[in-house]
Structure formats: structure tokens, C-alpha cells
Ligand binder design. Structure first.
Ligand code: ADP
Ligand code: MG
Length: 321
């Protein structure tokens, strides 16, 4: 199977027509059609074998996750997906692997209304690089620099389960089969919060997706906005699953703060928008939890369940630290 045969068989589907795509795979460029006046939101994420995933991972789960982590960036910006490209390095053309990968990739692509519009395919160590494109009306993107002192800090969904799954894989924690399957799904098949991100336009101030841990990703918002924050341990524990809390409160709190791979949203919103945030959450079927407050004093503080300051152990995941 040659390169073009591979592209044709696994990636160039007769995809349903998408409103944002004038021309998809097959020419020198794809042609996209953002709605007039909208800004183009662009984000790239690379996944490298041995670094972001293990060689043994189910290829369908990998196809899902590669797109999910990219869509999560659009969600965090309040952008609506238009399409994505896929640059793929493969050690060999393994048909079973490619079929699984494409199945996971396109299931999410279809569900999110984000078609594959082009890419590049080459031989090499397994490496995936996706670029997503979306649209957002001018002035409505949820920027990291937009947090204001007095804002509430909110988190979507649950935090820390992906980190727990990793710990079980490493042999550092044990779970029963059902619990392991739940946390493993959180690690391998994260859900990008696209609908919530759109619903937060005009409601939230700043937002980011939680890929490297809440402390680190909220830290980016704090730095960009020139503000600080206090988080409440009690509220953070409410963002953790019963599977994670079964490992003890202190581990649950640590994983919620610094675990990473959650792909939930952290966002800030004025106190006056509490009802609007609750409505956005209800409308999109995603739970949100208020976990702290933005303050003028720089730095990130965490208060324990008795309201005393806690020492923050460890920071976010950093590839070069
Ligand atoms: P070029 O000569 O411009 O590099 P290619 O011959 O690599 O183009 O690709 C031919 C067409 O197939 C292009 O439209 C390209 O976008 C698309 N393509 C290549 N690889 C992929 C892939 N992995 N997924 C989707 N589209 C792809
Ligand atoms: Mg090429």
C-alpha cells in the first residue's frame, strides 16, 4: 500500500458536506469558509509515542484523543470548529492499526462537526500532529489575559482521574476493574468541552483547558492577567470522582491540582454571572464547580478544609523541567 492509497483508504472519506469547508482533502490546499467577519482560531498539538502515549495503546482511543486534545483548545477559546489537518509519521502501513485509528478519529470528528480537511503522511517514528481551525466573533474569544480581581474561578467536570489511571498503569495504585475502566476512559477518551466553551461566550472572562494540571493551567491565566487567586480544597474535592476520593483526600487533592490530562475547562467569570454560568452548564449538560476566587495579589494560594493556607507540592507537568 503506497502513500496515496493509504490516504485514500483511511483518511479521504466521502465526508458529509460541512458548512465551513469549501474544499477538503485532495488538492494542494484545503479551502475553508469561516462566516463573514469571524476570526479564525488555530491551534496545534503534537502527540509523540513514548511521551504522550504508549505503543500498546488502542489505536481507536489514540485517534479519539489526538483530536480531543486539539478540540479542547478550541473549546477553551470559545471557538466553533471548522476543520482540522493531520500530519502523520508511521513506522509502517499497518492496516489494522490504521483502521482503528481512523475509526476513533472520525467518530469524534463527526460528533464535533469538525471534518478532516488535509494533512501529510510520511514514514518515521510514530508521531501525530493535528491542527484544528475554528471561528469566533471578534471580541468574544475567551482569552487567558481576561481574568479580573473578584472573578469566581470555575472548573468543568471532574479532575484527577486521568492521573489516577496513569498511576494504576505504573503500579502505584490499585482499583477494582469497574473503577479502573472508568478512570482509564477519562485518560484515553477525554471529552472536549466544546458546547460549554461556546455557551460561555459573553459570560466568562478568561478560560483555559486543563491539560497540564489545574495549578499550572490556572497559573497561565493568572500570569497573563496579572492577578492571583485563592482556591478552596473543600471545593476542589467536589471536582473529584468517588473513584479518586477512594484513594484518600490528600491524593485526590494533589491529582486535582497537578494531575494533568483532564481536558476540562478552568474559567473565570464575574460574580454577577453566577446564574448565567449555571445556565450554560445546565444547557450543555456539563457540571461546573466554583473552586475559588481571582485576587489582585499575585500568586496561587490554596486553603485547606479548615481555611488554613496549604503548601502547594509540585506544579504542572513540564516537558523540560
Ligand atoms: P503535498 O504534495 O502538497 O504534500 P500530499 O501529496 O502529501 O500533498 O497529499 C495529497 C493530499 O492528501 C493533500 O490534499 C493532503 O492535504 C492530503 N493528505 C495527505 N496526508 C493526509 C492525512 N494524513 N490526512 C488527511 N489528508 C491528508
Ligand atoms: Mg505531503
Amino acid at each position: 500500500m503506497g502513500e496515496f492509497e493509504l490516504i485514500r483508504r483511511f483518511f479521504d472519506r466521502a465526508a458529509p458536506p460541512a458548512p465551513g469547508v469549501a474544499l477538503g482533502i485532495g488538492d494542494d490546499c484545503a479551502l475553508l469558509l469561516p462566516q463573514p467577519g469571524q476570526q479564525l482560531a488555530v491551534s496545534t498539538d503534537m502527540l509523540v509515542e513514548g511521551r504522550h502515549f504508549l505503543a500498546t495503546v488502542d489505536p481507536a482511543a489514540l485517534g479519539h484523543k489526538a483530536l480531543a486534545v486539539n478540540l479542547s483548545d478550541l473549546a477553551a477559546m470559545g471557538a466553533e470548529p471548522l476543520g482540522f489537518t493531520l500530519a502523520l509519521a508511521l513506522p509502517q502501513a499497518d492496516e489494522a492499526w490504521l483502521a482503528g485509528f481512523a475509526q476513533g478519529l472520525f467518530a469524534l470528528s463527526d460528533a464535533a462537526g469538525c471534518p478532516l480537511v488535509g494533512g501529510d503522511t510520511t514514514r518515521g517514528p510514530l508521531n501525530l500532529c493535528l491542527t484544528v481551525m475554528g471561528q469566533v466573533p471578534p471580541g468574544q474569544a475567551l482569552r487567558r489575559a481576561a481574568a479580573r480581581a473578584g472573578d469566581d474561578i470555575w472548573v468543568s467536570g471532574t479532575l484527577g482521574d486521568a492521573r489516577l489511571a496513569l498511576e494504576v498503569f505504573r503500579g502505584g495504585a490499585t482499583l477494582d476493574g469497574a473503577a479502573f475502566n472508568r478512570v482509564r476512559a477519562r485518560m484515553e477518551r477525554p471529552t472536549p468541552r466544546l458546547a460549554l466553551g461556546l455557551a460561555l461566550r459573553g459570560v466568562a472572562h478568561a478560560a483555559a483547558d486543563i491539560s497540564d494540571g489545574l495549578a499550572g493551567d490556572l497559573g497561565h491565566i493568572l500570569n497573563a492577567s496579572g492577578v492571583g487567586a485563592t482556591l478552596w480544597a473543600e471545593a476542589l474535592l467536589h471536582t473529584t470522582s468517588t473513584d479518586l476520593r477512594g484513594q484518600g483526600d490528600s491524593l485526590a487533592l494533589a491529582y486535582a491540582l497537578t494531575g494533568g490530562d483532564d481536558y476540562e475547562l478552568v474559567f473565570t467569570a464575574p460574580v454577577a454571572q453566577r446564574e448565567a454560568v449555571a445556565q450554560a452548564a445546565a444547557r450543555t449538560g456539563v457540571a461546573v464547580t466554583r473552586v475559588g476566587q481571582i485576587e489582585a495579589t499575585p500568586g496561587l494560594r490554596v486553603l485547606d478544609t479548615q481555611g488554613r493556607p496549604m503548601a502547594l507540592q509540585g506544579r504542572a507537568f513540564d516537558h523540560f523541567a
